[in-house]
Design a protein around this ligand. Structure first.
Ligand code: GUN
Length: 291
């Protein structure tokens, strides 16, 4: 069993990006600039946005964090997004999800300029992804593709089961793995909450990608020997032994599943860090698209 070290790959990606930024600046080109919008005080969102801003600083991007109270109206938020769209210095924009219930995620995503949509959530980018056209790929699925590529994991013609069909992870993951690319070219089954015999599907899988946010839901009896297991879960579970009062739990019962795997991502230190690595790649791309 080999661990897929997303943290190390993310550090490598960021070091390579820093070199590219230094080179851009030496050539008199613009410093990439990412804006992040954070609404409210959700603990997880605070952490993720904080890491994104810190990564920008490490690489040498400019960053702007725009914070709003959870009481901001949808119209006010859309007006803030328009200001970012109209600001020529800003190359990329992310609006951290989830948003408060009174705000429509669809309207927020559709109001983002597709050319600044470094999350790859806008319908224009999703459509272009499906058609294999140049676009911003969503960070988590693309981070997983980068991990598979880096570790030279053979995906061609393999049985791949994706568990969870969210717009952010499961659905785009199923598309990327089934495209005529390498990594890719897998035979993909997208399982979800209405799937009848989940274990029947996962037991046939060479590659399992779980993105449900249900701790320990992928158990050893569901995994065949030699499988590759990618765990996207990062659920906060109470843990009094931790200073923060919680620990992060993946979807996979790591202790019992890992001995059966050829490769597996740990939580933390697997998919999560590479998600930020791929957001940083998209941000450089957004700036380079304007050169
Ligand atoms: N919330 C969970 N994942 C993501 C992500 O990739 N981007 C944004 N903006 N919000 C998220």
């Amino acid at each position: 069993m080999q661990l897929l070290d997303g943290k190390a790959l993310s550090d490598l990606t960021k070091a390579q990006l820093k070199e590219k930024v230094d080179q851009r600046i030496a050539e008199g080109k613009k410093r990439p600039h990412l804006a992040a919008i954070l609404v409210g005080n959700d603990g997880g969102s605070e952490t993720y946005v904080g890491s994104k801003i810190r990564s920008c600083e490490e690489i040498g991007y400019k960053s702007t964090l725009l914070r709003f109270e959870a009481t901001i109206t949808e119209a006010e938020l859309l007006a803030e997004i328009k200001k970012v769209n109209d600001n020529d210095d800003i190359d990329g924009l992310i609006v951290q999800l989830p948003l408060p219930k009174h705000i429509s995620v669809e309207r927020v995503i559709e109001s983002t300029d597709p050319e600044k949509d470094v999350d790859g959530f806008h319908p224009v980018n999703v459509g272009r992804m499906v058609q294999g056209l140049p676009c911003f790929l969503p960070a988590t699925p693309n981070g997983i593709m980068k991990i598979l590529e880096h570790y030279k994991i053979d995906t061609i013609g393999k049985e791949c089961v994706v568990i969870g069909r969210s717009d952010i992870v499961g659905t785009p993951m199923s598309i990327l793995m089934s495209r005529n690319t390498n990594p890719g070219n897998a035979t993909v089954t997208l399982c979800h909450s209405k799937t009848k015999d989940l274990r029947g599907h996962t037991l046939k899988a060479d590659i399992i990608i779980s993105a449900t946010g249900i701790p320990n839901s992928v158990t050893a009896d569901m995994v065949k020997d030699g499988a590759v297991v990618i765990d996207v879960g990062t659920t906060r579970v109470p843990d009094t032994s931790k200073k923060s009062g919680f620990r992060l739990s993946g979807d996979v019962d790591f202790v019992n599943v890992s001995p059966k795997c050829s490769y597996i991502t740990p939580v933390p230190g697997g998919v999560g860090p590479m998600t930020i690595g791929s957001l940083m790649l998209n941000t450089l791309q957004a700036a380079a698209n304007k050169d």
